[in-house]
Write a protein that binds this ligand. Structure first.
Ligand code: C2E
Ligand code: MG
Ligand code: MG
Ligand code: MG
Length: 287
């Protein structure tokens, strides 16, 4: 993915990971050192509660400032991190950093915010997962209800029993679980009754231009009805346009996230925007 607007550019164009090219070997080698060299950082993207049009929380999205490639897109290094097992320490670092960040926003007075962290399937194979999550929650002094873990449908399909057991334990701790990219995976609907996650996050491919696309509208409307009847919340990601926001509002979407509100940004900018009310300025015209 190449993003055309200056600062957010990714300068790395990699061949598919199946081709074991020199670039991949270099990148894998660099990935091993990136954590201790402090090359990872996190950007945060706000999530808006549609009921009160307030900031409900933030999604933590990892970035890698590579010494020569500049910014490497997570789509390019997360698969490598998963394959090498490095996702375990990297994922732990993201969780710790994001929870500490959330605590500092709480201390700045934004006490209702929650934090969403993406977890890979591989992280569920770590024997220490539950212990690690519990330790991070207690060390950062946040309440478990303020932590949301986003997993994809494919995570449910891999090592089903292990994942199911871990999800149950996390939910018993009070941690929220959301199914990310919902609609793009291969999980059957019976999984929804088996897992009883807290929320479904409808994939951005169904959201962009939803106001102009009857097929996307039909799918999204059905998912919202399904989710609500199973007592799950619905989040729409990839909301880019006012028309799509308005459309999703009329369909009782619980929360939205997307460029319409803000791109992912640094924690400093995030706090500034919270203080200035920047994220919710776009709603003022009709409220
Ligand atoms: P995701 O969890 O589905 O995150 C949403 C992605 O959509 C992010 O891409 C975000 O920047 C982008 N996005 C947000 N709003 C919009 C919008 O309005 N339009 C469009 N077109 N895109 C939007 P990003 O940051 O490149 O992350 C890509 C994926 O990398 C994430 O997808 C997630 O699966 C993975 N990822 C990111 N951080 C982590 C992490 O800490 N751990 C793990 N395991 N995976 C991560
Ligand atoms: Mg996500
Ligand atoms: Mg997603
Ligand atoms: Mg995704």
């Amino acid at each position: 993915e190449s993003k055309g607007n200056g600062k957010n550019q990714y300068h790395l164009y990699l061949p598919s990971m199946n081709e074991r090219t020199f670039e991949w070997l270099v990148l894998e080698n660099d990935l091993h050192k990136a954590l201790e060299k402090g090359e990872f950082f996190i950007e945060y993207q706000p999530r808006i509660d549609m009921k009160n049009e307030q900031v409900a929380g933030a999604e933590a999205l990892i970035r890698w400032q590579h010494p020569t490639y500049n910014r490497v897109n997570p789509a390019n290094f997360i698969p490598l991190a998963e394959e090498t097992g490095l996702i375990i320490p990297i994922g732990k670092w993201v969780l710790e950093t994001a929870c500490r960040q959330l605590k500092s926003w709480h201390e700045a007075g934004f006490t209702n915010l929650k934090i969403s962290v993406n977890f890979s399937a591989r992280q569920f194979l770590s024997e220490n997962l539950i212990k690690d999550v519990a330790a991070v929650i207690s060390d950062s002094k946040i309440s478990p209800q303020h932590l949301e873990i986003e997993i994809t449908e494919s995570t449910l399909l891999q090592n089903e029993l292990v994942v199911l057991a871990a999800l149950r334990e996390l939910m018993e701790m009070g941690v929220q679980i959301t199914l990310d990219d919902f609609g793009t995976g291969y999980a059957s609907l019976t999984y929804l009754t088996k897992y009883q996650v807290n929320a479904l996050k409808i994939d951005k491919s169904f959201i962009k231009d939803i106001s102009k696309n009857p097929e996307k509208d039909a799918i999204t409307t059905a998912v919202i009805t399904l989710a609500h009847s199973l007592n799950m919340q619905v989040v729409a990601e990839g909301v880019e346009y006012y028309e799509d926001y308005e459309h999703l509002l009329s369909k009782n979407t619980d929360e939205i996230q997307g460029y319409f509100i803000s791109r992912p940004i640094s924690p400093e900018k995030f706090l500034m925007a919270l203080k200035k009310g920047t994220f919710t300025k776009c709603f003022k015209k009709h409220s």
